[in-house]
Design a protein around this ligand. Structure first.
Ligand code: GAP
Length: 434
């Protein structure tokens, strides 16, 4: 198991998964840009989630709400009053800490112990100005969670889709929090992406639904390549529950910097819909067609996933170091459907004779798989590079390929090589990827 994030951070930069944000300007604290491989993996995560949650379920629909919402939304949701952390600041070095999670063994940059201010309430929502004059009238918040768009659009979705309880709305999008202590690479940032579900149901059914979502979350973790031996359920104690929650399970993961929250599952009751009714004056009731149009405000179970933390847990789970012929081999053992590239096409030589056959194979495979083409450096170095970026299969075309119409396929995990006829290559991969 990794003891520090360092090997992942340096591989991520070296191979093009994740770069420090605004790198050529010396960076920006706690901001990260996803490179070609990281962007592809984030897309793979979101596409797989959306497919399973929205496209393949009759009881779910999708939504793509605006990042900036009417500020009244955040009054109704309770975020203006309660989305706070206790902030303390050292009077000598000006470093800021969360009073509730501060370790106590931190030393002041100006020497000796910190001289801390009294804790003050610090709201985590970012404010921005929509108006041209910059006065308070145009003030808006950047959303701190995607969830509220799903509550605010509950009636619109109900009217347009005629869904019946239980049903859910799902959304993927950016959220923003002015965290007091961001850090640990992409674990806690000010800007991040969430994949959230608001599952609307009758109050008496919440426990059953909660349990079934908890199981689904664990199954999905395994399916995308998160090591489930490193994933743990934590029942959040009553006094630590968010203002809207009656029960929360955190899914914690053994990151190299400690066991920390990866995802969450909350029972939000009817808190949000009731508060939006009160603040907007609009009715957000559901009329039950099977029970004489009985009117209820549905309750909600909310499974929530951070895209960035999902990627980090996948990187940590996949990272492996082995010794091969006295040399270190680093392999990212991603699930094949989640890897940035699924197949690498590698002609042994750049010579003209191989270019036609290589092009044909590449163009044929790229219609179905995410393929990379690489003809630079020795084949050994190219294999090592593909191992480091987690490509499950390499296809090598050599001069014999011109005669025997076959190529060598190398397996990332076993490093075994097989000679496969070009004609059978597609069905060979069909078997492998299914
Ligand atoms: N709507 C409920 C909600 O937002 P949360 O536990 O505050 O709940 C949900 O956030 C998920 O979003 C977390 O489990 C985590 O994966 C991700 N997340 C939260 N804050 C984050 C941050 N500052 N940086 C990266 N991911 C974050």
């Amino acid at each position: 198991m990794l003891e520090s994030l360092e090997p992942i951070v340096s591989l991520a930069k070296r191979r093009g998964f994740i770069f420090p944000g605004s790198d050529i300007y010396g960076g920006l604290a706690n901001s990260w840009d996803y490179g070609p491989l990281g962007a592809q993996m984030r897309m793979n995560i979101k596409t797989d989630w959306w497919k399973q949650i929205v496209e393949q379920r009759a009881d779910m629909v999708g939504l793509d709400g605006a990042i900036m919402m009417n500020p009244k939304v955040w009054e109704a949701s309770g975020h203006v009053d309660t989305f706070n952390d206790p902030l303390v600041e050292c009077k000598k070095c000006n470093k800021r800490f969360r009073a509730d999670t501060m370790s106590g063994d931190e030393k002041c940059l100006k020497g000796k112990d910190h001289e801390l201010s009294e804790p003050r309430t610090f709201n985590l929502m970012f404010q921005t100005s929509l108006g041209k004059t910059g006065d308070d009238k145009g003030m808006a918040y950047l959303r701190p969670e995607t969830a509220q768009a799903m509550f605010v659009n509950f009636k619109n979705v109900l009217d347009t889709t005629r869904k019946r309880l239980p049903f859910g709305i799902a959304q993927i999008g950016k959220a923003f929090r002015n965290e007091i202590t961001p850090g640990n690479f992409i674990f806690r940032t000010l800007e991040f992406e969430q994949m959230e579900i608001e599952y609307f149901l009758e109050e008496e059914n919440w426990e059953e639904s909660f349990e079934s979502w908890a199981n689904w979350m664990e199954e999905w973790a395994a399916s995308v390549g998160i090591n489930t031996d490193m994933l743990h359920r934590l029942e959040v104690p009553k006094k630590e529950l968010a203002h809207y929650s009656k029960r929360t399970l955190d899914f914690e993961f053994d990151f190299p910097f400690g066991t920390k929250e990866l995802w969450g599952l909350a029972y939000r009751t009817d808190f949000d819909l009731k508060n939006h009714e009160k603040h907007s004056g609009e009715s957000l009731v559901y009329s039950d067609p099977s029970d004489n149009k009985r009117k209820i405000v549905p309750h909600v179970v909310e499974p929530t996933f951070g895209v960035d933390r999902t990627l980090l847990a996948m990187l940590v789970s996949a990272y492996s170091e082995e010794e091969v012929k006295g040399e270190k081999r680093v392999v990212m053992k991603f699930k094949p459907h989640m890897a940035p590239y699924q197949v690498a096409v590698l002609p042994l030589s750049k010579k003209e004779e191989l270019s036609g056959i290589t092009q044909e194979i590449f163009e044929d495979l790229i219609n179905t798989y995410r393929c990379e083409y690489d003809d630079t450096g020795s084949i050994g170095k190219r294999y090592r590079r593909q191992d480091e970026i987690g490509t499950p299969y390499c296809v090598t075309i050599d001069f014999d390929s011109l005669e025997d119409k076959a190529v060598t396929v190398r397996d990332r995990d076993t490093m075994e090589q097989e000679r496969i006829s070009i004609e059978e290559l597609k069905s060979y991969f069909e078997n492998k990827f299914n």
